[in-house]
Design a binder for this molecule. Sequence first.
Ligand code: IPM
Ligand code: MG
Length: 368
Amino acid sequence: MPNPSLLILPGDGIGPEVMAEVRRIIDWFGAKRGIAFDVSEDLVGGCAYDKHGTPLHDDTMARAQEVDAVLLGAVGGPQYDSLDFSVKPERGLLRLRKEMDLYANLRPAQCFDALADFSSLKKNVVAGLDIMIVRELTSGIYFGEPRGIIREGNERIGINTQRYTESEIARVARSAFELARKRSNRVCSMEKANVMESGVLWREVVTEVHQAEYSDVELSHMYADAGAMQLTRWPKQFDVIVTDNLFGDLLSDLAAMLTGSLGMLPSASLGAPMANGRPKALYEPVHGSAPDIAGQGKANPIACILSFAMALRYSFDLGDEAARVEKAVEQVLADGLRTADLMGPEGGTPVSTTGMGDAVLAALDASL
Ligand code: IPM
Ligand code: MG
């Protein structure tokens, strides 16, 4: 059996420095656990544009379709702001999601005990929080046609289209129900059925899938704006939230911040199973490229490290090894190690990006 293959796309900004820490953890698994990966690395985003004039080269796209999993750092930066829309760094990421058909984006928001004081919400509201947002990732207003900026008379009009087919809604609903069964068995579906036809259809299809296949799971519905309010009021009422592409983008940033820092949260984007039974998959931190701190050793590598843990769990059926990485992270946080983003009034031991990586590796060693 060949080793499982990983394509690493560090991208822009802090992407390369956080991914460097993940590389060390991948190497650790080869050396200490006999779990070796065939790793290749390539460009995505602004750095790909600089070299090839496109944010994702066709060869990179083809490679992404072949490997068992893709790990991505982050894309974007202010130097690319004035580029034509079609070659912006973000288009590279969106092309990967679309062409790999990664329709289910799993964004867990978990509050580590050591960071419960760090949230902008009261400790009792967030301590022990463990929710999972399942965001539809390949359709909706991000991709719907018509789109563009047109001219009518002496005015410009910006157009985007929210569009969902039944099958697109049904498949992401199934992903959410399947996950709920392995968790607390509850799904809350969020849309704007009070204003949008696509929301009406969303609610209908989620309800149909539930009745036909998942009636053992508890299902509720909420308008997405009320959902945002409830997420800040009492987030622990939720287990799995399933929502569309744009609402999922907003709600997952909100949920991330409940846990204290965007620097903590991983994500998995999953598609249909490949011939080998593994889902098409891309793993990436929820945070962006943070150009303001790039190259200074300040970035928190934990979200990217936890994204690799999600790869172990969802692509390679190594749930125990994923839990080992997650426990190592929990340990270093409990030991008080803090990158700059985690440095609150209660203090802690300041560490650099590499310092955090060192500590996680030491905790992994101690786990053996
Ligand atoms: C995210 C990001 C992306 C999105 C951007 C970088 C295209 O905000 O993954 O949440 O809007 O989906
Ligand atoms: Mg976002």
